[in-house]
Design a protein around this ligand. Structure first.
Ligand SMILES: Nc1ncnc2c1ncn2[C@@H]1O[C@H](COP(=O)(O)OP(=O)(O)O)[C@@H](O)[C@H]1O
Ligand SMILES: [Mg+2]
Length: 296
């Protein structure tokens, strides 16, 4: 079941295009990572799908339905650090969340248990570690039993133990059937936590798909052909081939089926394209991504 469909979503800030014609489909139960270096448009994308930032163009649809009011209740999100009262307990802070969300307090016990803070619920917020504070924020987002949880850089600023706690928590929450969308600039985080990934660079999607296909077993090829448009069409119509990048007529593609250049060459030929250049890339997508980050 499709939870979210994003179609040509775009955001301009003056001359800057923060998000550029983004297309995504997110299935129920996935942990969908939006991966990109700082400034690549992750937070802007989350802001738009949460109706906090107005898109310049494009559309998105939650739960295949357009009733925004109903939809909003099914989505729990942390895109900015929530405000907690340092001298109030975790429990009391969540009671305030409940009032804001207009739900009663009966759900607090459930969410505190999920994030493993139930035993510490009476301690004041200021005595919590950073990891516990972030877990309380997640508890707040889970109030009201949303179907989707949206997290922006969920482990930023945490120590290694806090990072591990949050990552395990995200995986545990997804096991309960929630769909999770998380933005991160950390390749490692997406590899460890996410089932699906979309890589953003300067607002544009470089590649998307299952983490296992894309980040772990990449088959990256360089292709040059005379008939650019024809190759574009073929890539668009072939699920096994995704375009990573195109510059100066050089296409960088991920060919999921085969690690063998001959196979790809034959496939192109069978579809009426003659490659002037076809070469398997030495670099994995991982090192590609690291390059992108370094040059950002
Ligand atoms: N309110 C704004 N006004 C102008 N530019 C913005 C605004 N918000 C974000 N940007 C710009 O949009 C781009 C994407 O930002 P952002 O979505 O925050 O990226 P990320 O979350 O991936 O770090 C950046 O170049 C950023 O400077
Ligand atoms: Mg951001």
């Amino acid at each position: 079941m499709e939870i979210l469909n994003i179609n040509q979503l775009t955001k301009h800030y003056g001359k800057l295009t923060a998000v550029n014609k983004l297309n995504v489909s997110i299935e129920k139960g996935s942990i969908y990572g939006i991966l990109g270096p700082n400034g690549s448009g992750k937070t802007t994308t989350l802001g738009m799908i949460l109706n906090v930032i107005r898109p310049s163009a494009g559309t998105f649809t939650w739960f295949a339905n357009t009733n925004q009011n109903v939809n909003r209740q099914k989505i729990g999100a942390i895109i900015e650090t929530p405000i907690f009262y340092p001298y109030l307990s975790g429990q009391k802070n969540l009671e305030i969340f409940c009032r804001i969300k207009r739900i009663d307090n009966t759900d607090i016990e459930r969410v505190l248990k999920i994030v493993d803070l139930y035993d510490r619920r009476k301690d004041t917020f200021k005595t919590y570690s950073l990891g516990m504070k972030q877990r309380l924020a997640i508890a707040g987002a889970l109030l009201g039993e949303p179907e989707v949880l949206i997290l922006d850089e969920p482990t930023n600023g945490l120590d290694p133990q806090g990072i591990a706690e949050i990552r395990n928590l995200i995986i545990a929450i997804a096991k309960q059937g929630l769909t999770i969308i998380l933005a991160s600039h950390l390749l490692d985080e997406v590899q460890k936590v996410c089932s699906h990934v979309l890589i953003l660079k300067e607002g544009k999607m470089l590649i998307s798909g299952k983490v296992d296909n894309i980040l772990l077993e990449p088959n990256i090829f360089e292709i040059k052909v005379d008939e650019r448009e024809k190759l574009h069409k073929l890539i668009n119509n072939t699920p096994e081939i995704t375009l990573v990048q195109e510059h100066n007529n050089l296409f960088i593609v991920n060919y999921k089926n085969q690690s063998n250049g001959q196979e790809l060459n034959r496939f192109l030929f069978e579809n009426g394209l003659v490659a002037n250049h076809l070469q398997k890339q030495e670099k994995s997508l991982e090192s590609y991504f690291l390059d992108i980050i370094e040059h950002a």
